[in-house]
Design a protein around this ligand. Sequence first.
Ligand code: PBG
Length: 341
Amino acid sequence: MTESFIGHYHPFASFPNTRMRRNRRHEWSRRLISENHLTTNDLIWPLFVHEGTHRAEPIKSMPGVERLSPDLAIDAAHEACQLKIPAIAIFPAINETLKTPDGDEAVNSSNIVCRTVTAIKNACPNIGVLCDVALDPFTQHGQDGLVRNGYVANDETIEVLCRQALVQADAGCDILAPSDMMDGRVGAIRSALDKAGYEHVQIMSYAAKYASAFYGPFRDAVGSSRNLGNADKRTYQMDPANGDEALREISLDISEGADMIMVKPGMPYLDVIRRVKNAFGMPTFGYQVSGEYSMLRGAADSGWLNGNQAMLETLLAFKRAGADGILTYFARDAARLLNNA
Ligand code: PBG
């Protein structure tokens, strides 16, 4: 609905001729007039992986979410497939001993991400697999790129990101998702992929990614919060104060070859999703990040709100804002409910 529509009709639409509650009176009627729908096709399920076999480890700040060994990640992928979740995202918690200042393990073609992706694609070829392109799970300082003179060096980082993208594509990753916010990395990754014959590998760019406190639990999950300490990511992630800047970020990533774009975090930034969808009409995704999950889950576990209802309401709100899909730690729970509805 557009503003002009309201302006045009408003003078005629007055009580008692117009009773907005008429359409809401019956359940069938509410179904009939509903504008947006959430389905399992809208969901991407992020999974955390770590070394071992048959090893699941709870994440304290994300109740109900566990780090999984690769074999358990395969089981989760199977379950996602059965639930008709189109894609999963793989995030690693690597051993502290493998972390280096420059995050070398990120470009090791047999690192935990690559091994897990290959195993999942072999076991479950029909699910889409997405991988982050960024160095923070692999660096001793927890930053997304290479730190030079106290600053995350843009161009030098891009070279490593391209190598990371290539090992992940080699492993069978379907969608590469640069989450690092370096300038120019989408174009560089696109041409690196194309040169290596991976012209079909998709790029979902974390195009408007804000420097957010809501990533806290994720950093616990991948084990980067201790490394990061009191440092932050404000010299590359966006200022939460800015909306116009998100449109510039996104237009650049589109021109560099992004197939899909993402806004992150989600719930506090639904206005940005709407603006982006209106401006570009691209496949647009919202990331309901770890802190949003934990907030809802914590309140539900305390009995302060109805968890299932609140979860589905937030996911539907992403759709209403214009998102084509949502990355959410609730994907499995939501899909179970949607499939049984
Ligand atoms: C890594 C990355 C982060 C998230 C996704 N990829 C954390 C960060 O930028 O510090 C956050 C996801 C979440 O909070 O659920 N660059």
